[in-house]
Design a protein around this ligand. Structure first.
Ligand code: GDG
Length: 759
């Protein structure tokens, strides 16, 4: 496969897939160089077809070996971004929490789930690494599609960084009943992680319903059908998240086409011959996994031979059991048991020179797989629990001749669609034996009738349709979420046409009741290095003071500085409202403003919030005690964990613990920064403050001047009649741009002039 370094993507990728594994495997060439080979699989095939329809697609995942990750590279028209996993992550995040805890629990506890807290820590930090790799590479307004149970925390982690993108999640394995799911330590964090997505896809309707029931019962969120109302992160508004069923499929046409290949046909014939030309060939193909019901199948087959119901000269079973997760204890045990059973059956029943069960513990290429499907009279899919089971669909797609019988477990997702199969409860060994005999004896006409119906289902609903359906749907549900995110209205640093600014000011001054609000640093005073040495523009302040005296005009200063600090530098009269700490501190209001509006807004502390802040402070203190050097700072409306002085990995671990704790707090604004995490119980921003002040002053329109990123939250809330002015350069959601503090002073003076003319 040809690979090149990934080109720079200044605008990011339109579609980003995030999965545990990249769709490639590395191979070391004789000269020591590394070559990447596309790894076969349904998801890869599905995504290839979708990637062709977008301008720029990317895949984020682990390259398969621990330690140093390769640099991003380009392969088959897609940019690949490898995520680094250390050996310890492989053991704890992947083999541990993913395959030792989640996998058995999500498959109805066929084996006992094992849980260790260190596994969870690693799951959390590995998920964060995937999210950190994915968030920056998506284009503005692009789509990120996260796959499977290993990455359930990633949707929320991405949303925290990129509220502008559409986020989809697809769960390839079952979602358990709420009773079983409730056993999972950290269950609520998992649910909250998933609910960061706009759309959650599941294989079967029962999975979708199980998930929604868990959200309702464990988080108490309001649910309408399968639409969940999720409280916003921090100051963000509520979001609607949809759960929906999308049964995955295969590249049906490609599989079917392989059966036309003369070489593969010849292999199928040769295979039957090699097995001694039996009347019937029965096939099982699975990863060697305890969910697949391989032991049950062998037990049934062994008993049929014991009973004499099957003559080993007439019928042979092939069992492909592809190696899987061999370092996980339950899988080692399974392998031992399966191999013991196969040995016993062959020892007791195999005719000389031929097997009763041909057991293959290695993988085959796609062409050999197709040859096996073509050679098989019966395929046994006896999973005890399976998200979908693609083998069932592959067998159907491989039988354009309409021959063959599929015996299919009710507990595989495929059973919802493939109703014409011989459906079976694999736990009932007698029923399974009867189903196998029925399949072996099925008359050709009956086989054809069933296979026609199965093929209709599989050929119509292929993996391409599945992927397009999911993404189409995500497009609809994500559109609303995106509308809530401010869009950039002005780029670069070119000031707006002065005539346009003046026109906006004229129209604005004609409105009966106005709110004029402005940031301080960078607007009323040039930015200086020493914040205490700031020199406000006296004329600009004078204009504001005068404006505040005019009828129908409210004036406010809104700053990141603490209220006291702001007051000290501006010395404004009581007619001007001062708002400090990004909206968390509001000074006295003039008597004519409705103070109760502010009391009701999320700006104010309530006894509940005081209590919540106390709880958070106590928990952060506990975390800081466990990691020497970490410290907790308390503010009137927030608690802050500082990890700058923590020793060794303490800083990292304390941050991880704090962020994990954060996932259990829906109504708290958590802002991670450089070696600091802030938990604020008052959901404030300058935007929230200006909105509340506009209502408290009954303003018909407001004008806001700001220069900083924190002012964007104000610009974003503007409606048609409001005027938003960015001071200085940079992308902004404001409608107008002026150059500097001098221009800001002129705007305020002009407003004073226009409004004075009216009174
Ligand atoms: C998970 C869910 C869901 C197997 N051996 C070889 C080989 N295979 C291929 C099969 C099939 C695939 O592997 C296995 O897919 P399954 O669907 O049976 O199962 P899982 O691996 O458990 O996958 C499952 C699936 O995700 C998709 O959402 O259906 O329920 O558990 O395609 O053909 N392929 C080749 N050589 C082998 O030896 N080439």
């Amino acid at each position: 496969m040809s690979t090149t370094p990934a080109p720079e993507q200044p605008r990011g990728h339109e579609l980003v897939v995030v999965a545990n594994r990249l769709p490639v495997d590395s191979r070391t060439l004789p000269d020591g160089a590394t070559e990447w080979v596309t790894s076969p699989g349904g998801l890869v095939t599905a995504m290839e077809s979708v990637m062709r329809t977008v301008d720029s697609g990317a895949w984020v995942g682990w390259a398969g070996s621990p330690g140093e990750a390769p640099d991003p590279f380009e392969a088959d028209g897609m940019s690949l971004y490898p995520v680094r996993l250390e050996q310890q992550d492989v053991e704890r995040y992947y083999e541990g929490f993913s395959n030792g805890t989640l996998w058995p629990l999500y498959h109805d506890v066929i084996v006992d789930p094992v849980f260790h807290r260190t596994w969870w820590d690693s799951y959390l930090s590995a998920n964060r690494r995937f999210a950190e790799a994915a968030a920056p590479v998506a284009a503005r307004g692009g789509t990120i599609w996260v796959h499977d149970y290993q990455l359930q925390l990633v949707p929320r982690m991405i949303r925290e960084k990129r509220p502008d993108v559409r986020i989809g999640f697809f769960n390839h394995i079952p979602f358990p009943s709420v009773e079983l799911f409730s056993q999972l330590p950290k269950r609520n964090s998992i649910l909250r992680g998933l609910l960061g997505a706009d759309l959650l896809g599941f294989q079967r309707e029962s999975d979708t319903l199980n998930f929604v029931a868990a959200v309702r019962k464990l988080l108490g969120y309001h649910v309408d059908g399968t639409t969940i109302s999720v409280p916003g992160l921090g100051a963000a508004p509520r979001r609607e998240v949809e759960a929906r069923t999308f049964p995955i499929s295969i590249d049906s046409a490609a599989v079917s086409a392989l059966t036309e290949d003369p070489d593969i046909r010849a292999r199928a014939e040769q295979l039957r011959h090699d097995l001694g030309d039996p009347d019937k060939v029965v096939l099982g193909v699975d990863r060697l996994d305890y969910t697949k019901g391989i032991r049950h199948r062998l037990k049934a087959w062994g008993e049929l031979l014991d009973d004499g119901a099957i003559d080993p000269h007439d019928a042979v079973m092939i069992q492909v059991a592809t190696p899987s997760r061999e370092r996980v204890e339950a899988y080692r045990q399974l392998r031992d048991e399966v191999e013991l059973t196969v040995g016993r059956i062959n020892g007791e029943h195999a005719p000389l020179g031929r097997p009763a069960v041909s057991y293959q513990h290695h993988s085959f290429d796609r062409r050999d797989m197709t040859a096996m499907y073509m050679a098989a009279d019966v395929v046994l899919v006896t999973a005890l629990r399976d998200g979908m089971n693609l083998v069932a669909k592959e067998y159907v797609a491989s039988r354009p001749d309409l021959r063959g019988v599929l015996v299919l477990s009710e507990f595989a997702g495929a059973a919802d669609e493939l109703r014409a199969a011989v459906l079976v409860n694999p736990h009932d060994i007698d029923e399974l034996k009867a189903a196998i005999l029925k399949a072996l004896a099925m008359p050709v006409e009956e086989q054809e009738e069933a296979m026609r119906s199965l093929r209709h289902q599989v050929m119509e609903n292929d993996v391409q349709t599945w992927a397009h359906d999911f993404l189409d749907h995500l497009g609809h549900v994500g559109a609303e979420a995106q509308a809530a995110v401010p869009s950039v209205r002005l780029r670069g640093d070119e000031p707006s046409d002065p005539a346009a600014v003046d026109e906006a000011l004229r129209t604005f001054s004609d409105v009966p009741r106005l709110l004029i609000a402005t940031d301080f640093d960078g607007v009323l005073a040039p930015i200086v290095e020493d914040r205490d040495a700031v020199q406000p523009d006296a004329e600009a302040l004078a204009a504001l003071r005068d404006l505040a005296e005019l009828p129908g005009v409210a004036v406010a200063l809104v700053s990141g500085r603490a209220l006291e600090d702001l007051n000290g530098h501006t010395r404004m009269p009581s007619s001007v409202v001062l708002v400090g700490s990004h909206g968390a501190e509001v000074g006295a209001l003039p008597p004519w403003m409705q103070a109760e509006v502010l009391d009701r807004s999320s700006l104010s502390m309530t006894p509940e919030k005081e209590e919540l802040l106390g709880t958070i402070t106590a928990e952060l203190r506990r975390i800081s005690r466990a990691h020497p050097g970490a410290e907790v700072e308390t503010k009137p409306t927030a608690a802050v964990l500082h990890t700058r002085n923590a020793t060794g990995r303490g800083g990292h671990n304390a941050t991880e613990s704090a962020l994990e704790y954060a996932t259990s707090l829906p109504d708290v604004t958590v802002t991670p920064g450089k070696e600091v995490v802030e938990f604020a119980v008052v959901h404030t921003s300058k935007g929230v403050a200006v909105d509340a002040l506009a209502r408290a002053s009954a303003a018909d329109a407001w004008l806001y001047l700001g220069d900083d990123v924190t002012d964007e939250s104000v610009f974003a809330t503007a409606e048609e009649r409001d005027v938003t002015v960015k001071v200085g350069g940079g992308d902004t959601a404001a409608g107008l741009r002026i150059a500097d503090t001098v221009a800001a002073r002129e705007v305020l003076q002009r407003l004073r002039e226009l409004r004075s003319e009216q009174s």
